[in-house]
Ligand binder design. Sequence first.
Ligand SMILES: [Zn+2]
Length: 111
Amino acid sequence: MTAISGFHGFHCKDCDLKIAESMFACPSCGSDRIETIFLKEQGKVYTFTVVHVGFGHMAGKTPYVLAIVETEENVKLTTVLEDADVNQIAIGNKVKFKRNDDKIGPVFQPA
Ligand SMILES: [Zn+2]
């Protein structure tokens, strides 16, 4: 498997919807004319929670911040914020893409 570099998402050529999660058909209009695009790596915290009891591959990472990040083009995705102070994180904080994790997917960090 080739490592994916950069932060990518999907774009519907018919209705212009952009999302971060992979899709076979557009959830908005049903079109299958989907292309892979690179998304903007800057965004902000839309909402978040601090996880104190993790499970599976996240069990050893607690406490960690599970956040919904909104990118500059208004794409929202659920992600983990690494290198974030769990006592300092707030809605509206600026964040940026950090890396793709094999198990988590795109991971963000404070900007
Ligand atoms: Zn569409």
